[in-house]
Design a protein around this ligand. Sequence first.
Ligand SMILES: Cc1ncc(COP(=O)(O)O)c(C=O)c1O
Length: 438
Amino acid sequence: MVRLVDIGSACRRRGYGQPERERSHAETRTSRVVAEQDVGEVAGGLHEDVVQPLRQVEVVRLVARLDVQGQRSRAGVGDAQPPPAATRQCEEHEAKGDPRRRILVPESAHGTNPATAAACGYEVEAISADADGRVDLDHFRAQLGPDVAGTMITNPNTCGLFERDIVAIAEAIHEVGGYFYCDGANFNAIVGRVRPGDLGIDCMHINLHKTFSTPHGGGGPGSGPVTLSAALAPFAPLPYVVHGKDGFGLVEHQGDARGHGQPLGRLKGFHGQMGMFIRALAYMMSHGADGLRQASGDAVLNANYLMASLGDLLTPAFPGPCMHEVLFDDRFLKDTGVSTLDFAKAMIDEGYHPMTMYFPLVVHGALLMEPTESESRESLDQFIAVVRGLAERAKAGDAAAFQAAPMLTPRRRLDETAAARRPVLRWRPEEPREQAAE
Ligand SMILES: Cc1ncc(COP(=O)(O)O)c(C=O)c1O
């Protein structure tokens, strides 16, 4: 049977020049000798033809092998499968086929978590946050029972806080026979420092675009390899990489599974986003284990630097240090006539893409700032000066200016409801002047 590899050549056919970009990315980012050799080999593989029997497409196996090994060792869980594209698809993978009905999800969760559980037919039960912004352990324990299939938790959570009770949570869910799914969207805060498998997590997706520098959304296709504990590994989606006495191999069909393997089938066409695996792999190899550890340390340091520098003027949602993102609520805007939305729009006039707003929902008027590891001290200071300046202006009674922002963009304040309901997804040239004047 002939299969297609949905990257490289397919893009080349559409004329996007993607393979060249991927190749140069792999080559330029790879500074270490050991990495250069492997990644060079991988990048070269991108030029194989698009229509080729899978077993001849060595690059697929090589990348899968290297990528899986890297993620597995960083996640500390039993196995890793590359194909899924993003959070929702990864989450489905644990949820399918379990007769238990309830999934416990913290109320601070990203919408993808309850949406996935509900889409798979589960009843979603919200777990409250405690005063510190973490899962309320007592409430969690009180909701447990034999009909609980599992829990879906993000760590660090969406408030930018490490779930202090995560080991107790894992033990509690396992005691009732449930599984622990971790939303790995915030893995960039802990990569190289904490192995999720050691925390008792059974399944975690790793959004390559969050932790391993691949593009996402408008920048390119998402990819979220799944890591599984030994308990769940037999149900891994196809295709997956196995390691035995004959070395590495690829299980492509359900009938090929060995031992107790009962793969649940395919979640994604072909082999997933191969270009994303290559980028992620190049990033991992060029940084090395110490570099990745440094990246998570820098991300956390940068977020805390923002918190320390803005905390006296803005209102941090929770006390104490944060992880890779710092969460403010809108108490600092009380009685100013300026909303979180106005504040964000004013940031556009200052040349900044606004931070995440109104999420997570557990905080009123949330402003969630995630500087990442790549910002320098200078760029953080510049950002801090701008945010402080805006906060001072808001408090000084400049509400009208905020409400009119942005003033300096080609399009001013949009009607967001109309934009959401009637999106204009295609650029059209301006009408000629005479016509426009008529
Ligand atoms: C905690 C969390 N989970 C899930 C997602 C969605 O991830 P993806 O874009 O990979 O679907 C996000 C996105 O920001 C997130 O922050």
